[in-house]
Write a protein that binds this ligand. Structure first.
Ligand code: BES
Ligand code: ZN
Ligand code: ZN
Length: 475
């Protein structure tokens, strides 16, 4: 987790941090000269300078075109600030350049998200981290508080996602979520745990996928009811929670299979969003639905060729047990519609194809309602998460045809992300506005740190979904 607190009080004793192109008026002239040099030199991103008035760190804003207009440069600055404090071995730093209201939220997010590290499995010195404090005397205190709440909720979700498969499973996820959400005003939890229980409650997809897991599968519901509502809309957020995806009998190749400990990115997005929503209290009802399972194989595992009947009556042929995400989501989408959702958004690390199409910086969105899709894209622009719409091209529905069942669970390699979306659309009830978010590329960043994120699970979409709830509430 992060080990950092933020205040908006001034901290005269702290390490002073300034932006090279935003210098406060009363700086020692030697700092000004050095700042101008940092600003002018392309290759220099920072400088430290010791003066009679104390130690100063000069930082430069990242001005890459794709991160300038969405606050990402300021979130990255947050990370630069905590890194500078730790590099200088200080316990406190004060950022004394000017900040606007909207930058105040972003910088707080960047500081808390940027200081996150997954240290649960480190020992000795590597497990130790000093607590640091950041002072933001020029920031808007309310916006900072909002940013902290958002980022702490996201870090909670990242931590769940970073836990490896031996330390998190459907049962443990339920336990940890129950502990984290109990006693929060406006929140009610409901869960179904167990194979028989899920079969009886009408979730055959979770049973099919999760019956060979190391624990039983589960469905977790987290209901947020605001004190007062400004709308009759009900938002459902549905997140794929595969605590590990080996592929099942259609086993994945060994190389890189470990990355599937992160196949719960959708669940993390949704749990992060609902945690932030519970703190920020938008005036709209929101429910998070989190199907949890582990896709392994044993003698009771589902087989390729199995055919089963989904909650909405449609028969599904299991062509490939590794296309399990759509199976666990299908019944839950139907269930959320039955529960009165007017707007439904799901997030899932659903297809490898989205990585080939969009890479690790942009996520895919598609659905049945252009206004809702537009709202997600707008929420992403406000929060620094990029979304790209893919077409639900109707001609591709035929790729899911099967002679013995209503639907095949794979549509072949071409347009793999779109056919997965079309599969899900078959389980959304008439009249419900729905969008599907494939975050397989953006949700896990295992190769290198990304922006202000350390390597690992991002909980990508947690901020877009929180913003979406806020925007729908104030429509
Ligand atoms: N969890 C994977 C998708 C995935 C791949 C997420 C890489 C993150 C990184 C999903 O369950 C899966 O295996 N999908 C298959 C579907 C195929 C069999 C139709 C895929 O994308 O290969
Ligand atoms: Zn899979
Ligand atoms: Zn999966």
């Amino acid at each position: 987790m992060h080990n950092c607190t933020i205040t908006t009080e001034s901290a005269p004793e702290a390490l002073k941090i300034v932006l090279s192109d935003r210098l406060p008026a009363d700086l020692p002239s030697i700092v000004k000269t050095e700042a101008e040099a940092v600003q002018a030199e392309k290759s220099r991103k920072s400088a430290t300078i010791i003066t009679d008035a104390g130690r100063f760190v000069i930082l430069k804003l990242d001005d890459s075109s794709w991160i300038k207009d969405n606050g990402e440069n300021i979130r990255i600055l947050g990370k630069q600030i905590v890194d500078a404090i730790r590099t200088e071995k200080a316990t406190a730093g004060a950022f004394i350049s000017e900040l606007s209201d909207c930058e105040s939220r972003a910088i707080a997010e960047g500081i808390i998200l940027g200081d996150y590290k997954f240290l649960t499995c480190r020992s000795g010195d590597a497990a130790k981290r000093d607590a640091i404090a950041v002072s933001l005397p020029t920031a808007n205190a309310d916006q900072v508080a909002t940013g902290i709440q958002m980022a702490e909720a996201q870090n909670f979700a990242r931590h769940l996602g970073d836990l490896p498969g031996n330390l998190i499973n459907p049962q443990l996820f339920l336990e940890k979520a129950t502990e984290a959400f109990s006693g929060i005003e406006g929140i009610k939890l409901k869960s179904i745990y167990g194979i028989d229980e899920l079969r009886d409650a009408g979730f055959p997809g979770l049973v099919q996928v999760g019956k060979a897991g190391s624990t039983a599968p589960a469905l977790l519901e987290i209901h947020y009811t605001p004190e007062t509502t400004t709308t009759d809309d009900k938002l459902a957020l549905v997140g794929k929670g595969l605590t590990f995806d080996a592929g099942g009998v259609s086993l994945k190749p060994a190389a890189g299979m470990w990355q599937m400990k992160g196949d719960m990115g959708g669940a993390c997005a949704v749990i992060g969003a609902i945690k932030a929503i519970a703190a920020l209290k938008p005036a709209i009802s929101v429910t998070a639905y989190i199907p949890l399972a582990e896709n392994l194989m044993d003698s009771v595992a589902q087989r390729p060729g199995d055919i089963y009947q989904a909650r909405n009556g449609k028969y599904i042929h299991v062509d490939n047990t590794d296309a399990e995400g759509r199976l666990v989501l299908a019944d839950v989408l139907t269930y959320a519609c039955e529960n009165g959702a007017t707007h439904m958004v799901d997030a899932a690390t659903l297809t490898g194809a989205v990585i080939l199409g969009l890479g690790h910086s942009v996520a895919a969105v598609m659905g049945n309602d252009s206004e809702l899709i537009e709202s997600i894209k707008t929420a992403g622009e406000k929060t620094g998460e990029a979304w790209w719409e893919l077409p639900m091209y109707p001609e591709y529905r035929a790729l899911l045809d099967h002679p013995h069942a209503d639907l095949n669970n794979t549509g072949g390699r071409p347009a793999g992300t779109i056919t997965a979306g079309i599969f899900l659309s078959e389980f959304v009830n008439e009249g419900v506005k729905w969008a599907h978010c494939d975050i397989a590329g953006t949700s896990m960043q295992f190769d290198k740190p990304w922006r202000y994120y350390d390597k690992g699970l991002i909980a990508f979409a947690a901020r877009s979904f929180t913003q979406l709830a806020e925007d729908l509430a104030s429509k």
